[in-house]
Write a protein that binds this ligand. Structure first.
Ligand code: TRP
Length: 460
């Protein structure tokens, strides 16, 4: 059986739009907010280099596999997996990839909108020229005041969620496509502008050596697991977002080229953002390991020190907000599309998904204030969300995608969809998806959970 019918949700206008949309899903808070602070907390280069290896060895092959599944399946991840599994005479239970992804989507959205809300709030603060001449300690103080205000976090998070659902409700063409078309190119231009500023601080060398000077002693099991987890997170991998987007990709567009383009843009933005932020950190004697506040406590210091810096600051935070928007739509699209396939209108589906996300987001918003003392397992509610999604659900989704495409999907079907231009590269990819990616991710997860050390200990 071949899956001929086209999906009911529509298609991207061109293959370039697909790359922009998928790069838009990939580039977000993960690159601009999370990557720099994770690098800062985990010893800089130790984290960055492992992350880069993960991106190319695990991320790129699985990204290709996930796009392939979407375009072959021509439906939301849950149904796309059922379709491709049926086609290859595999168990329909593979739709579990879609279900796990839906769960991951809800959990990521629950905190994503809260952090995106910070960026939105900071856009307005910048417009009011709040940073001018203010020292680092004051800015940090204001940030903790803001974070301590549960209502403020809830309001800004809710606003961001409403905007997200608004665009998702409008559908692929007039919603998602409209968002990415203009935002992505401008984002890159802004980052280049900020890079010029980073050069002018004279500390970019220090930033680069912090990010790239490798000290093996800093490489712990936890760092390894978080680097793998982040590679998944930053590429929007392992939860079906890319699969859903792949279903809207024109049938004649090259999957391999698109995947390379997405990885290139995503990695470039993360590295540039890191260089900018650490230049500022070192130029002002700040602490690179200050955690989740890094973006909101350090950059304003720099903006405050430049004449007219409020203009750059406003543009910068506006685009962080927009980058987050092109990502958040991809988090909810898979399940909205599934509900539409079940017969709901897009608007009703968006409202249903939005309400669940909103309820979950309360936990994340209150993690920094009212519930900041409620600690369980990995910390506060939001700490647990970070851990469950990055370190468990996304890698697990990746392993399953690798196993399905590597072992269960028929080679003829893969070839028909991929139309490999180069037999050697195709083989390299097959080996990566079949062996390297699943084994590497299983190993790192086992190590991160202490399993490997436990087993080694049993024999020692
Ligand atoms: N990749 C996005 C970022 O870096 C976040 C994101 C969007 C995501 N869609 C996703 C993460 C799907 C995991 C899965 O900000």
């Amino acid at each position: 059986m071949a899956i001929q019918k086209e999906n009911i949700h529509g298609q991207w206008g061109s293959s370039l739009i697909f790359v922009l949309a998928a790069a838009g899903a990939a580039v977000g808070l993960g690159n601009i907010w999370k990557f720099p602070f994770m690098a800062g907390e985990n010893g800089g280069a130790a984290f960055v280099l492992v992350y880069l290896v993960c991106i190319f060895v695990v991320g790129l092959p699985l990204l290709l596999a996930e796009i392939l599944l979407g375009r072959r399946g021509q439906a939301s991840p849950i149904n796309a997996m059922t379709n491709v599994a049926t086609e290859s005479k595999a168990s329909k239970k593979w739709s579990i990839i879609g279900w796990l992804g839906a769960l991951a989507g809800f959990l990521v959205t629950s905190y994503y909108v809260v952090i995106a809300g910070w960026a939105a709030r900071y856009t307005f603060r910048s417009l009011e020229n709040e940073w001018s001449g203010v020292d680092a300690a004051t800015i940090a103080g204001e940030f903790s005041l803001f974070r301590g205000d549960g209502n403020a976090l809830l309001i800004w998070g809710s606003l961001f969620l409403i905007v997200t659902m608004f665009f998702v409700a409008r559908g692929v063409k007039s919603g998602l496509e409209a968002v990415v078309r203009y935002i992505m190119p401008v984002l890159i231009v802004i980052l280049l502008g900020l890079l010029a500023y980073a050069f002018s601080t004279g500390y970019i060398g220090e930033a680069a050596s912090f990010m790239f000077k490798f000290e093996p002693s800093k490489l712990t099991n936890e760092v390894l697991l978080s680097a793998v987890g982040h590679a998944f997170f930053t590429l929007s991998l392992g939860m079906g977002a890319i699969m859903a987007y792949g279903a809207y990709m024109p049938r004649n567009a090259s999957i391999a080229k698109a995947a390379v383009g997405i990885v290139f843009v995503d990695t470039l933005v993360a590295i540039l953002a890191g260089l900018v932020i650490f230049s500022v950190v070192f130029a002002h004697g700040l602490n690179p390991g200050s955690g989740t506040g890094l973006l909101f406590e350090t950059l304003p210091v720099a903006f405050g020190a430049i004449p007219g810096g409020w203009i750059i600051a406003s543009i910068f935070f506006l685009f962080v907000t927009f980058a987050a928007l092109t990502s958040s739509v991809s988090l909810v699209e898979p399940f909205v599309a599934y509900l539409v396939e079940k017969g709901l209108t897009r608007i009703k589906a968006a409202i249903a998904v939005g309400v669940v996300c909103w309820l979950l987001s309360i936990g994340s918003a209150l993690s920094y204030n009212v519930w900041s003392d409620v600690h369980f397992w990995k910390g506060t509610f939001i700490d647990n969300m970070f851990y469950i999604t990055d370190n468990i659900l996304l890698p697990l989704g990746g392993i399953l995608i690798g196993i399905f495409v590597g072992w269960c999907m028929k080679d003829t079907k893969i070839r028909r969809e991929m139309k490999p231009a180069n037999e050697f590269l195709y083989l390299v990819w097959r080996i990566a998806v079949r062996w390297v990616a699943p084994i590497a991710v299983i190993y790192v997860m086992a190590k991160g959970f202490g399993l490997i050390d436990y087993i080694v200990g049993m024999f020692a």
